[in-house]
Design a protein around this ligand. Structure first.
Ligand code: GDP
Length: 420
């Protein structure tokens, strides 16, 4: 681990606009790709009579290495600049990227939005910018990619920039903070060094912009919250729930409670990366064993917290949502599935309390009869099975969720308050 402040970075944008290529390029330029992978690739490329360097290939190899449990740091896609240590929070192109982004599995402070110069703003560009705004991404760096494909044309860059600024205005992203950079992830233009191909651009490169990001917000003093991903039985140890510590600290000897299963016990052992540790903190993936708890007492979707400050279980909760896509109208009684942390629970729209003006955030209508795609609203939801969830103002990590139906993410939301 590095002593530098840690930043979580999301790389967002439409499919094929170059997210993976940019990640590969960032790892490469910062010396984070292992030499043997580069060598191996050069040899294979030479055999096929090719020169050049395919980042897709590097990314595939990183994924393979991760599966074999090697070079964890690289597989997790980490790199550093002079000032910060960066973790890319999700693999671009991952099927559940949007869901993970919403449910907090990928909490990012900042994002790089990749927009291909030859394509401009595309459907997922909109969707991701919309989510980034809803989820409180602080700073957006907009990389106008594939500049090599458009002959490094300043006019094309300006057109795409105007399109994106228009989009930011529509979703009310404070565009003063947005930084635009014309790049070629493939050729390496304006990534680490200023490109001679675009002497009309004198702004910072991608790595300079990352280095200039605001300091990450300090960790909160929120209590332990550890959503359970899986529950294993391991011989010689017993029941081992596993999950990622979102907030607080888990210590051997702590009395912990699992909600909504409503069981409690004392932590006997904690294991991280196959080693026993005395404690674990935010971001740590752990397996742990709790005295007296059996495999059937707890399940995926439970949240572990201190026995004297347990995670809340919602009878109903009020939330602010944004409807991204839905074929018809949403009315009270609608019952889609809520994905929050590791839980998936059907929830009924008990009432639609307010429709908000998407351009100002102000109340546009009290108790509307329905909402539809593009609307923002305050709604009251009733879980059909016990669900542990928290107001996002108290524990941001456990206060955001996705609403899914018919195999699609139809809305994203944040919990305003919980009625237990
Ligand atoms: P993703 O789906 O957003 O992760 O996109 P990829 O990184 O997989 O890139 C999609 C395709 O565009 C691949 O064939 C890349 O080689 C190509 N590509 C990405 N960036 C550039 C670029 O800057 N210039 C050119 N010419 N091709 C690029």
């Amino acid at each position: 681990m590095s002593d530098k402040p840690h930043q979580n970075l999301a790389i967002i944008g439409h499919v094929d606009h170059g997210k993976s290529t940019l990640v590969g390029r960032l790892l490469f330029e910062t010396g984070s790709v292992p030499e043997h992978i580069i060598e191996q690739h050069r040899e294979e490329a030479a055999e096929k009579g090719k020169s050049g360097f395919e980042f897709a290939y590097v990314m595939d190899n990183l994924a393979e290495e991760r599966e074999r449990g090697v070079t964890i740091d690289i597989a997790h896609q980490r790199f550093d600049t002079d000032k910060y240590y960066f973790t890319i929070v999700d693999t671009p192109g991952h099927r559940d990227f949007v869901k993970n982004m919403i449910t907090g599995a990928s909490q990012a402070d900042h994002a790089v939005l990749v927009v291909a110069a030859d394509d401009g703003v595309a459907p997922q560009t909109r969707e991701h910018v919309f989510l980034a705004r809803t989820l409180g991404i602080e700073t957006l760096i907009i990389a106008v990619n594939k500049m090599d494909v458009v002959d490094y044309s300043e006019d094309t860059y300006e057109q795409v920039k105007t399109e994106v600024q228009e989009l930011l205005k529509q979703v009310r992203f404070d565009s003063d903070d947005a930084r635009f950079i014309p790049i070629s992830a493939f050729e390496g233009d304006n990534i680490a060094e200023h490109s001679d191909n675009m002497d009309w651009f004198d702004g910072p490169t991608v790595l300079e912009s990352l280095n200039n990001l605001p300091e990450p917000s300090p960790p909160t003093d929120a209590p332990l919250r550890l959503p359970i991903q899986d529950v294993y039985t391991i011989s010689g140890i017993g029941t081992v729930p596993v999950g990622r510590v979102e907030t607080g600290t888990l210590n051997v000897g702590d009395n912990v409670s699992f909600q909504p299963s409503d069981v409690a016990g004392e932590v006997k052992t904690i294991e991280m990366h196959h080693e026993e540790v005395p404690k674990a903190g935010p971001g740590d993936n752990v397996g742990f064993n709790v005295r007296g708890i059996g495999k059937d007492d707890i399940r995926r979707g439970d949240v572990c917290g201190p026995a004297d400050d347990p995670p809340s279980v919602a009878e109903t909760f009020q939330a602010q949502i944004v409807v991204m896509q839905h074929p018809s109208v949403i009315t009270a009684g609608y019952t889609p599935v809520i994905h929050a942390h590791t839980a998936q629970v059907a929830c009924t729209f008990e009432s639609i309390d307010q429709k908000l003006d998407p351009s100002s955030g102000e109340v546009a209508e009290e108790n509307p009869d329905f909402i539809q795609a593009g609307d923002a609203a305050v709604v009251t939801l009733r879980p059909q099975k016990p669900l542990s969830i928290e107001p996002s103002s108290e524990i941001a990590e456990l206060g955001s969720f996705a609403i899914r139906d018919m195999g699609q993410t139809i809305a994203a939301g944040k919990v305003l308050s919980v009625d237990e």
